[in-house]
Design a protein around this ligand. Sequence first.
Ligand code: MV4
Length: 509
Amino acid sequence: MFRRILIANRGEIALRVIRTAREMGIECVAVHSDADRKALHVRMAHRAVSLGGETPAQSYLRQDAIIEAALASGAEAIHPGYGFLSENAEFARRVEEAGLAWIGPPAGAIHAMGDKIESRRAMVAAGVPCVPGLTDPVDDVAAAVEAAEGIGYPIAIKAAAGGGGKGIRVVRDPADMESAFRAASGEAVSSFGDGRVYLERYLDQPRHVEIQVMFDAHGNGIHLFERECSIQRRHQKLVEEAPSPVLDEATRSAMGEAALQAARAVGYRGAGTVEFLWSGGEFFFLEMNTRLQVEHPITEQITGVDLVRQQLLVAAGEPLALRQEDLSIRGHSIEVRINAEDPTQGYLPSTGVLQNLRAPGGPWVRLDTGMYRGMEVGLAYDPMLGKLIVWAPDRAQAIERMIRAIQEMNVGGVRTSLPAALTVLEHERFRSGDYDTHFLESLTIAPPAEWLSITAAAAAIHRHLLAQRRALAPATADRAGWRARGRRMDATLRAQADDRSGSQPGGQA
Ligand code: MV4
């Protein structure tokens, strides 16, 4: 096993990797920008190397500087986390050329899955179910109209170099093909510098279900079941759960097998995720993410497998000790992402200095975050500040536990996506499990009381006066009064509302 690794990332994922590495007796080298001098990943690592700069381009994307930092610090391997350089095939190759181990898939597998036409072709050849459509680019409008007749409407026009939500146009009528084709190929050129587009049948109300896989360097692979990721907005996931409420055992194992085939077809190694669209009981390959994903913890919670530990083991050449028949799903897990954004204002990014942090606790509650008091949240990096993850024996209890954990949590100084997650969790559609990829966009999020500025201040004073009066008055009448306002208006929540509006000192996380 490695004695020392470098983590080419920041925030909660850098901490996530450090935690497992420490448990395995592996030393960690952090890298950081000037903006992240005081970040928790820097403080928790054994050593830290400054990359300088504020923006990603000046810091976490500097391939040469990162490889140099690894060599100079005596690290034997690089873990890329997610985002930044994690799916950069050229970087993966350069890391290995420098004599370092890459804690990720082979450059060839990253490359093959990065090109959507190439990956579709490989999946069709490997017998992985794909949405009906083409395995070659379409060159012009006439060819697109002709091909569409064979595929059937509605049609999705996708960029070969796209993925992760960029460059998809829907055509419901042949008359609209011309403008959609021009728009899609134009956008493909401007976004990716590659104008190739292809066609698929468009599935109207799909669910996004993905399978976690893990392969060693000896050709052994396992899948760790599915995650349901349909609660998203503009391709940013907000709530994820495992297992999916819609998969039966037969579909689950067929999807797991398809994911293993997909990974094998590109010579995979390490942790990866195969994304499927699910519609009406059928599933279709969408793309493969050749990295550890943000939402990996829910898989860890239902399987008991530490995915980062497995990544480190297979990157060091160890054969997988886990066998498929040893794995099973236990209970239910939900994750919500904590983003610095205002869901009541169209999810506008929110900036500020973090204060009044309060972490939820209790059984089976996990908080993965790089947040600390005084942290400046700006616009230079991804707005995701952390993730709240719960586990429970079944889905209904997991939902109740997550609602409780969100209500217990406090993040002051910025607005966060937590009220949106709470709205989802309390919604009948979510509770029934009957939702698709359009569900979140259909919701409007009401601001919590403490976000209504002047009103909030007045309300805080009002509550303070009420509390004072209550302390002097006989208890019985008053208690009945609170009970009449519903089961959630209990003492804990009133204390929390006070805390959020800043009228109490508030605990620090
Ligand atoms: C689709 C689709 C429906 N039919 N393809 C969006 C991300 C991009 N990589 C692929 N995407 C989609 N492809 C066909 N043939 C619907 C989507 C899609 C979507 C997929 C997963 C999660 C959220 C989504 C939101 C909008 C559209």
